[in-house]
Design a protein around this ligand. Structure first.
Ligand code: MF3
Ligand code: CO
Length: 271
């Protein structure tokens, strides 16, 4: 059942989306070699709580983090841990915030220090595939038009999209109908209508599209252990076009400030 949102509800999703965007902006300031993924998770949780929100992933069906931590070959749903980031890693941080009963959901994949140019291209293509998907999210079109746009763009770039995990509707629950796959056929699936709030989240693999889920039932990695990237926005369908409610502006600002200063963040987990 797809719920069309009222303006009041969209306002609440917008506030939750802004908070999750600012949260990832805080996380961005900490991504550096030597920092543990648990530290990133602590930063996110404290920021959300300080701002009156609820870390929606934490405890969701028993999930143990505020962030889903996606290092290198981890596709989705990785756990925060004592793992220390290394130069050359990539790390996706996927976060859902609930605020006043409504959710906002976003994900960004960061480079840790200098990374292999081939992996940098994977990040660029995946980030842009999200924009391509958003552009296709127009009233009167169908979910399959989004799916097809993302898939076609990523495959032309030489990558493969994960099939088992999808974008989704969002609102009072973090996952609502419809499912928004990153592959599919134009003209298929539910019609996009004004007032639909959805999350588009391409998960793109450098190697094969196949994934493996660990015995813990959560942590998902590529079968060939090649890297995977993941970006996500929350948006609402309007008569005039898609309105993106999350933003990477805070992240981009944090990353630019860090590169301007030339400073690397001191590792707080080192003795
Ligand atoms: N944020 C993820 C998504 O994009 C879902 C998180 S799953 C959870 O749909 F269990 F960690 F909450
Ligand atoms: Co999502």
């Amino acid at each position: 059942m797809i719920f069309l949102k009222t303006e009041e509800e969209i306002e609440k999703i917008r506030l939750a989306s802004d908070l999750v965007s600012r949260t990832l902006g805080e996380v961005a300031r900490w991504v550096a070699p030597g920092v543990t993924t648990r530290r990133l998770d602590d930063v996110a949780r404290e920021f959300i709580l300080d701002n009156g929100g609820k870390p929606a992933c934490l405890g969701y069906h028993g999930f143990p983090g505020t962030l889903c931590i996606e290092v290198n070959e981890t596709v989705v749903h990785g756990f925060p841990s004592s793992y220390e980031l290394r130069e050359g890693d990539i790390i996706g941080t996927d976060c859902v915030v609930e605020l006043n009963g409504y959710n906002g959901d976003s994900c960004f994949t960061f480079a840790v220090g200098e990374i292999d140019p081939k992996v940098r291209r994977l990040l660029e293509v995946t980030r842009h595939s999200l924009t391509v998907g958003v552009e296709a999210a127009r009233a009167g079109k169908r979910v399959g038009d989004i799916s097809n746009a993302v898939q076609t763009y990523c495959e032309k770039a030489g990558y493969n999209v994960v099939r088992e995990m999808c974008g989704h509707g969002i609102g009072r629950s973090m996952h609502e109908d419809p499912e928004v796959p990153n592959y599919g056929r134009r003209g298929m699936g539910p019609i996009l209508k004004p007032g639909m709030a959805i999350c588009i989240e391409p998960m793109v693999n450098m190697g094969s599209r196949n994934i493996v889920i660990e015995r813990d039932g959560w942590q998902c990695r590529t079968k060939d252990r090649k890297p995977s990237a993941h970006f996500e926005h929350t948006l609402v369908i309007r008569e005039e076009g898609p309105e993106v409610l999350t933003t990477f502006r805070y992240i981009d600002e944090a990353l630019e400030a860090a590169s301007r200063s030339g400073l690397t963040i001191e590792n707080p987990d080192k003795e």
